[in-house]
Design a protein around this ligand. Sequence first.
Ligand SMILES: Nc1nc2c(c(=O)[nH]1)N[C@H]1C(S)=C(S)[C@@H](COP(=O)(O)OP(=O)(O)OC[C@H]3O[C@@H](n4cnc5c(N)ncnc54)[C@H](O)[C@@H]3O)O[C@H]1N2
Ligand code: MOO
Length: 399
Amino acid sequence: MITQQDHLARILDLTAPLAVEEVPLAEALGHTLAANVMTTMDLPPWDAAAMDGYAISLEHFQPGTLPVTKTLPAGHTTPERIAPGEAAAIMTGAPVPAGADTIIPLEVFHEPSQSLPREITIDNIPKTDQHIRRRAEDTHAGALVAAAGTVLGPNHIGAIAATGTATVFTARQPSVAIISTGDELVAPGTPPDYGQIPDSNAPLVAATLTKLGAKPTQQLRIRDSQASLEHTIAQLEHTVDAIILTGGASVGAHDISNYVLSAWQHEDPTRAITFDTINIRPGKPQGFGLSPAGTPVWSLPGNPVAVLVSLHLFVAPGIAKMQRRSPEPHRLRVRTTKTLDTPKNMNYYMLATLNQGYATPLPSNSHLAVKMAQATGLLHVPAEVDGIEADQPVEYIAL
Ligand SMILES: Nc1nc2c(c(=O)[nH]1)N[C@H]1C(S)=C(S)[C@@H](COP(=O)(O)OP(=O)(O)OC[C@H]3O[C@@H](n4cnc5c(N)ncnc54)[C@H](O)[C@@H]3O)O[C@H]1N2
Ligand code: MOO
């Protein structure tokens, strides 16, 4: 038996960052930034109106009627100036004319209308500096917008576009082939005969990879045969960045992944695919290493909840490293609503639902695939303890 930490360390040792490529923002969602994105301009680039209204100068201001001498829509590209005693009609987003000290919203003077008055009447002395977005209030030229290692979400893409940047440098997204092994498996949607079950692992792995920013290229189902496993991997190992198998990782006579892959040689024996029992539950039997062509291969156990746990603990960090970002999964501290009794020396992971900082464990035997649908995350009881009392802190990994 080896520890979860040692198994993960080997995975991180044998996975390598992929090349950096320049991609248009429109294609960058879910990519990981490989370089900092900096602004080259102030934002806002100039003082701008925050309201549709009237820009006025407060120099020598006297209440009374002011002529509206200019109309300044957003997109007005000529710098303008107003003199004391003048007002300029201005639209939200337009550059504030030089000499203007404040903006008064149009509703103060009249109903919203497309035809503007020639003059406005102001009864008292307005406050200075109202409804003006100041230059560089958001960011200034040379500042960081998003750091290397950021997984680009819609919010980052919007922010980067706001600085006038059209492309970003990101790590190439790993292409990953998924192989489900097992004579009992049929495609989801095919009515199973007695003794058969739908292949739920491949869709689970594919969906997880997509969420991690990787590209699942194919989902293959193969029978428990040495020839089909060897043939399939020989075909894939030169075309994808990683391969993930499920099933056959344990020690049963038909657990071919273990028997076939652990017999493979690698020119550097420390990189060969090895199988170990890990001090975690579920997900105890795990295989990992490089195929003869040097492609990382994860061989996960077949039980669906074991696959889910393995994806979070062992696949996600390796896929993150390939994309040049932190391999740490996002762990929270929450409290458990129930006492968790677990034997020592094993890390226990349980399906759980989180509600207002309190997690409730679900039945979590590793074959209970449908229970995954009720879970929002995984609770972790570490190997060092034999349980956690109700109401005490516990680590939680969001799904
Ligand atoms: N004698 C021992 N038996 C087992 C041990 C052990 O240490 N000694 N470990 C158990 C544990 S723990 C696990 S986990 C499983 C792992 O088994 P395998 O990785 O060899 O997986 P299979 O036997 O192929 O399948 C296990 C289970 O999962 C179902 N399965 C497989 N693939 C899929 C799929 N694509 N979609 C849905 N379900 C799948 C399969 O039908 C089995 O029920 O070994 C224990 N045994
Ligand atoms: O590792 Mo198995 O998934 O413990 O049941």
